[in-house]
Design a protein around this ligand. Sequence first.
Ligand code: GSH
Length: 234
Amino acid sequence: MTDSRPDLVIYGSPVSPFLRKIEGVCIAKGVAYEVEAVNVFAPPQWFRDISPMKRIPVLRDRSVAEEGIAGTLPDSSAICAFIEKKHPAPALYPDSPMALGEALFIEEYADTALAIAGGMGIFRPIFFAISKGQEPDLDKARDAWANQLPPVFDVLEARLAGRQYFAGDALSIADITVATVLMQVALVAETPLDRWPALEAHFTAMQALPLIAEPYKAAETIIRKALPTRFDLT
Ligand SMILES: N[C@@H](CCC(=O)N[C@@H](CS)C(=O)NCC(=O)O)C(=O)O
């Protein structure tokens, strides 16, 4: 009997923007994958063993090993770069040295500055509170929207400089990461971006792509059970 399971298993939850970033890369490349649910706040020992920072997502390539540390990679950036090497087409990392550097910087900036302002500042104070049956901390979320996110959006707007994509005049890991992380805010709140027209156009275009929309839909289904509508933070 042949094994019909895909080589790639992503451990985590579609509610993680970092997991959806990996899904976006797999969908763009037509690479089969599975998501196996892991609750990162109470993970089993086998998951702790493969996630040194106790974070999701972690990837396993079953063609390398079915258990243990071998064949596993923690951290979405390492995982996406691995998938690019294993499945080079279509390329999601620019060829030209400067464009590659720019794409990697934007990926890192979205994974850190944007994720901290949007995830810690808005998603968690709203959704984590609601999940625990508490009132959402809308003051904290409003402060993040008014004060923490605008300087990050300013940087993204300047880097886009009116272009369609962040680097190399083509879809890259930079575009996928910005969109998936920004959609973490969209899961719980409206995201009016009219002060940042290039970013707004980029976000609208990215949301229409199946590689962004499909993983988001899975996350939204989970979120909407507890939070039927988004908050207006303006
Ligand atoms: N740089 C990591 C970030 C991963 C990360 O922060 N994951 C969050 C979920 S979205 C997590 O596991 N948090 C666990 C915790 O805060 O204890 C990546 O890109 O994979």
